[in-house]
Write a protein that binds this ligand. Sequence first.
Ligand SMILES: *Cc1c(COP(=O)(O)O)cnc(C)c1O
Length: 483
Amino acid sequence: MDTTTRLSELRRLGSQLEPDAAERRRRLDAVAAHAEMFLEELSTRPIYNAPGDREAAMREFALSAEPASISNILDILDRQVDRVGYNLGASGFFGYIPSGGLYDSALADYLAAVINRYAGVGFSAPGATRMEASLLRWLSGIVGYPESSEGDLTSGGSMAALSAIIVARESFAIRSRDVDRHVVYVTSQTHHTFRKALFVAGMGECIVREVALDDRYRMRADALRDRIGEDQRSGLTPWFVGASAGTTDVGAVDPLRDIADIASENGLWFHVDAAYGGAFALCEEGRERLAGIERSDSLILDPHKGFFLPCGTGVVLVREGRKLTDAFHARGVYMQDVAGDPERSPCDVSPELTRPFRALRFWLPFKLAGTAPFAAALEEKLLLARYFHEQISTFAGIETGPFPDLSVVTFRYVPRSGDADDFNRRLVREIVDGQRVFVSSTTLDDHFVIRLAVLGYNTHIEDVDLVLSVIRDAIDRLKKESD
Ligand SMILES: *Cc1c(COP(=O)(O)O)cnc(C)c1O
């Protein structure tokens, strides 16, 4: 067969990859209908579904040389994805830190993939990278950073923390042989991904001090100051303080102003993990809680939490923007056409080169709705958490955790007799088994406690009332059982 004949045969064989306008429309309509069905049924579907049979799923997911129809594919999705696991977007989802699922972000993801700009490089995608720059400037303003700050849209908080740690490492010019003399200050409430990021950043051998907590699980500034002093006297190098602005367990905000003072007096890098709490800076109430965050050297914030985006968007911000570029700027000769490009390039502020056009899923919903509805929704979540705290405190036998700094409340039932941890372990299962609401648990002061995090964009007072009544009924049932 000659080349021309083979080429035309290959083209025919590959033609599935190039649907025409009518076929595109048909597929899009099918996908949109599936999405509508999912969204319309979300409030009545169980909030948690068992994983189902793994082998069956693997068989259905297996690829073959032959095509499948879009309706067949959507059926597989319905069975093997939509109807297993957690429905994060349900308004009764109060577990872990809820991740929203703004519909407008989904439209943006679709468009971003269709437009498919090479969003790592300004030269190639000036519009996409300017949109990112504009969002980052807006965010900097909200947290009180100066215009000279820089940032990056990442896939999430873990990657954002990794970047922040690398910037702090480079900024202090820490050589590998000196790592084990450097000291990091966190608390026992610091998110576990921070330690992982330290390790990935090559700082796993540094000394990590867990600074004592106050009675609301916040870092004690006096204990931090003492610990730094001790370490300095023993010839170590205090390097990095990682504060939390919204811990995962209880939503606690560390005393950021005091920590800022101590970090600057002692020449430490001051980082704030605001992955969960940072979004609250958008409303007045939240801004007050986060006061002092503007004095940090770096911070992370997860739009896929408090800005209600679907999973996949984190942010790192660095107050002195140049430090972020110094840490990550790199070029290969095959990029020589880009040299001298005046456009800002995300690849200069990130470990990544090729990356998705992340800004659109963030920008489109905010541009469409305006920022005011987001501020209102965030204030609503703060109030709902307080309302829940107030209401559940009145239940007989309930012991509540601290008054919420943000939107997480912890509680446990203390039975008159028998093991409290065992009771609460059964209680959380009893609450979740009804499949109308979802809460999760943690361990605080060696007690098993139940936690409720209010962060769904669609979570309103009736959802909080529902979870309260589900909890009340579950306690009654368990009490009857043990009588
Ligand atoms: C979620 C979270 C993280 C980790 O972020 P990912 O987006 O899950 O990678 C870190 N810190 C806190 C406080 C969080 O809530």
